[in-house]
Ligand binder design. Structure first.
Ligand SMILES: [Zn+2]
Length: 142
């Protein structure tokens, strides 16, 4: 890759590297891939350069990773809380059908839903706090 120059820092140290992110994608501020992809990258500043076809490659890898994380979060929550999918759907504010499609890996959630799933999966106790009836309880106290 001689003569190619980094548009960010001007370095000529451009090579094809395995990159796992972070990628900004749709409403996601930062996505890390579950398995890295090959992209041209500046070794001085880390900036990635996109060749024709790279955008589709990145889109595909990002969606695949997000769906994989989403399936993992859902499985973890259902197992730990020993709850039904309908109870999780109620906390997320999504339909049970939509949650099923996420669980099957057929759809990619919005960042908001993804982030909520991550919080519920990573924090024991968050599931109880997020119960719909708790909002009513809180409002009554005030
Ligand atoms: Zn650079």
């Amino acid at each position: 890759m001689k003569n190619k120059r980094c548009g960010n820092c001007g370095s000529f140290e451009i090579t094809k590297n395995k990159v796992e992110g972070p990628f900004r994608w749709k409403d996601y501020p930062l996505v890390y891939l579950t398995s890295p992809i090959s992209l041209l990258q500046c070794n001085a500043c880390g900036e990635t350069m996109r060749l024709p076809g790279d955008s589709e490659k990145i889109d595909h890898a990002v969606e695949e990773s997000l769906r994989h994380y989403t399936q993992f979060f859902i499985a973890k929550i259902l197992e730990r809380e020993n709850c039904k999918q309908i109870e999780l759907a109620a906390r997320l504010g999504v339909s049970p059908e939509y949650l099923s499609s996420l669980k099957a890996g057929n759809r990619t959630p919005s960042f908001q839903t993804f982030n909520f799933l991550r919080t519920l999966a990573m924090n024991e106790g968050a599931f109880q706090v997020a119960a719909p009836e708790n909002a009513t309880r809180l409002a009554k106290v005030g």
